[in-house]
Design a binder for this molecule. Structure first.
Ligand SMILES: Cc1cc2nc3c(=O)[nH]c(=O)nc-3n(C[C@H](O)[C@H](O)[C@H](O)COP(=O)(O)OP(=O)(O)OC[C@H]3O[C@@H](n4cnc5c(N)ncnc54)[C@H](O)[C@@H]3O)c2cc1C
Length: 235
């Protein structure tokens, strides 16, 4: 993949049409899109989505693709508050069959080595991990099987839980649903004590959350090259 691939990929515009939309929990919604052409992406990547069925202020946003190609659709999930942006309101108004466009896929938010993995998700930052975990399940022979997901949401609005719990029963991935930051920090420190720089550390969430966790990792001696971040700009 890499920068050149990202540049080439972002030049490609795909038309995608809404298959279904539903509320997950609280103010979190999932949208599932179908495509006529084949789009290939790597678990952990994101797309650049543009509304074109109606005129909105700032019609483009990035969203992690929460599905894997073999599921045959593009799944995105997001928080939509009572007073959403025009972009999100337009998405909510979409009806099955209506189209938007996606550029990409882009990004390199995925493991490259067979090493222990610590996945840290802040709230809606769980989206790329759904894809990453499904992908690891498909290729479980290739990747280290010591994988831990720490999923924190202070409002307890956890999504994809049924699927995640099912995966953790058939695959050695440990999942912790956490509400308090101090418990998250404790779990992170336990993992560091066990694996230190032998592991890769992934963080997804708001900028402030990522900054705090990255500072914690670095204060414990984790090297920058072992930390991967996907910052959900806009939250
Ligand atoms: C690589 C990448 C991947 C991403 N993947 C996802 C994803 O999978 N799911 C996802 O939901 N988002 C994702 N995002 C963020 C997404 O692109 C939007 O920026 C985000 O959802 C905010 O959307 P919005 O601007 O439509 O605002 P809305 O969420 O509708 O919010 C409306 C307004 O309220 C403000 N606001 C919203 N939340 C807060 C808050 N907590 N505190 C203070 N102000 C707030 C915003 O500034 C905005 O102006 C990703 C971003 C990047 C860069």
């Amino acid at each position: 993949m890499g920068l050149l691939n990202d540049i080439l990929s972002i030049l490609k515009k795909h038309e995608i049409s809404l298959k279904e939309k539903y509320s997950e929990v609280g103010d979190i919604y999932t949208f599932i899109f179908e495509t006529k052409e084949e789009i290939n992406w790597k678990a952990g990547q994101h797309g650049i989505f543009t509304i074109n069925h109606t005129k909105v202020n700032k019609p483009t946003r990035a969203f992690s693709i929460a599905s894997i190609p073999s599921e045959g659709h593009i799944r995105i999930s997001m928080k939509i508050s009572e007073k959403p942006s025009e972009f999100k309101q337009a998405l909510l108004n979409l009806q099955p069959g209506m189209k938007i466009s996606m550029r990409g896929p882009i990004g390199s938010f995925y493991p490259k080595n067979k090493r222990p993995l610590l996945f840290i998700a802040g709230g809606i930052g769980i989206t790329p991990y759904r894809a990453l975990i499904k992908d690891l399940l498909l290729n479980s022979g290739e990747i280290s099987n010591d994988i831990r997901l720490l999923y924190i949401d202070s409002g307890e609005e956890f999504i994809y839980t049924e699927e995640l719990d099912k995966v953790s029963k058939i695959f050695s991935i440990q999942i912790n649903y956490l509400i308090k930051r101090e418990n998250l920090n404790e779990e992170i420190e336990k993992f560091i004590t066990k694996y230190n720089n032998e592991a890769e550390y992934f963080i997804v969430g708001s900028k402030s959350m990522i900054n705090a966790i990255e500072a914690l990792l670095k204060s414990k001696g984790i090297k920058q090259k072992n930390i991967k971040k996907d910052t959900f700009v806009g939250y």
